[in-house]
Design a protein around this ligand. Structure first.
Ligand code: PMP
Length: 390
């Protein structure tokens, strides 16, 4: 008899590592008096009118499944919102799918387009889910690294150099998590030229689109010729402070949205109905709240960037999202060690840059989605910590 315990795990599941962000959350929650700049979510509560709309939908008995692709009314509102804000035109009948967060939209998009072994270009540092999501969909992530010298902006030549006969898609995220980098329209046009030349798809994660502070946001899909090559992904988590509602969407070419809806139908059925009713209200009447939160984020961004400069650590000015990504290279510590020691000694939780990819080594991600008072205190603690190191 074979006494060795058999592993029931798939090779793919074994291959994927747990996200490095969680480890720091877990450490931080075990300690008192910690200021967390670690979390990638708004510190605001969802606007009250959105909460109320969701309550009312339950009171009115909307407790059943919706259409697989989501409430038609919501798809119509998403379509209108994208047209009014980003000048892109999608048919709510067959080019929009409502998902369980942008996270599920990314997963569905990859599963709908990838054949086993096909490659997807992932531009790092980036949101921790992209590479594992490609692997889970049977594809192969091919990493392109950006650097602080380029403001963490990918150069079109870098994308071109990573393309092989197996390349199917590129994941673009602007404004970016963790760097906050916003790509300008001219930069997107240059990327689009490479995409067109090599007949590729773009999965454009535009979840931070509303949160830009100096320059206007341009959707990748709005670049000439790119609508038919783009799966545009967005959601309600960030701009509307709705992370816990788990609601996002994807829009794109109708055959891709149909394939995504097919997978969604068998795996999820539909996004939560009450959350969809809340999202309807968010799109219809949420703009004032979004603008108020955005004003506050801008103020906090300016405060943190200045404070970091005063401390003497270099940090590029992020154009969007709610993160700064300063360099901690001058301390001589690795990102992991820096984050660990800062948490232990000064009780400030940040995320080590390397969890967002190799090119994030030497940096930390600080989320400024927390009060100015907390930010002020955390900057004092970081100042003290840094000056103990150097
Ligand atoms: N994309 C990016 C770039 C993100 O930062 C996040 C959340 N941290 C997501 C997608 C996932 O968002 P959701 O809550 O809609 O799943």
């Amino acid at each position: 008899m074979n006494t060795q315990q058999r592993s029931y795990l798939s090779e793919t599941a074994e291959q994927i590592k747990p996200s490095g962000i969680r480890r720091f959350f877990d450490l931080a929650t075990q300690m008192d008096n910690v200021i967390s700049l670690g979390v990638g979510e708004p510190d605001f509560i969802t606007p009250w009118n959105v909460i109320e709309a969701s309550f009312h939908s339950l009171e009115q008995g909307y407790t059943a499944y919706t259409a697989n692709a989501g409430l038609l009314e919501l798809r119509q509102e998403i379509s209108k919102y994208l047209r009014n804000n980003y000048e892109v035109e999608y048919n709510p009948e067959n080019q929009v799918i409502v998902t369980v967060g942008a996270s599920q939209a990314i997963d569905l998009a990859l599963r709908a387009v990838l054949n086993p072994g096909e490659e997807v270009i992932v531009i790092e540092p980036c949101f921790v889910s992209y590479a594992p999501a490609v692997t889970l969909a049977g594809g192969k992530p091919v990493i392109v690294h950006t650097s602080a010298e380029d403001d963490f902006k990918v150069q079109p030549e870098q994308i071109e150099a990573a393309i092989t006969s197996k390349t199917k898609a590129v994941i673009v995220c602007s404004p970016n998590n963790p760097t906050g980098t916003l790509l300008a329209k001219e930069e997107l046009i240059k990327i689009a030229t490479v995409i067109e030349k090599h007949d590729l798809l773009v999965i454009s994660d535009e979840i931070y689109a509303e949160l830009t502070y100096d320059e206007a946001f341009t959707s990748f899909s709005a670049i000439e010729g790119m609508m038919k090559r783009t799966i545009l992904i967005s959601g309600f988590s960030k701009a509307f402070a709705m992370t816990g509602w788990r609601l996002g969407y994807a829009v794109g070419p109708k055959e891709i949205i149909a394939a995504m809806t097919k997978i969604h139908q068998y795996t999820i059925m539909c996004a939560p109905t009450m959350a969809q009713h809340g999202a309807l209200e968010a799109l219809r009447n949420g703009n004032t709240s979004v603008q108020e939160m955005k004003t506050s984020y801008r103020q906090r961004r300016n405060f943190v960037v200045k404070a970091l400069k005063d401390i003497g650590i270099s940090c590029h000015l992020p154009g969007g999202a709610f993160y700064v990504f300063p360099s901690i290279k001058k301390t001589g510590l690795t990102s992991e060690k820096f984050a660990e020691e800062l948490l232990k000694k000064e009780k400030v939780a940040v995320v080590p840059g390397n969890v967002f990819g190799e090119s994030g080594e030497g940096y930390i991600r600080c989320s400024y989605a927390t009060s100015l008072k907390q930010l002020d205190e955390s900057m004092k603690r970081i100042d003290r910590f840094i000056h103990e190191q150097v």
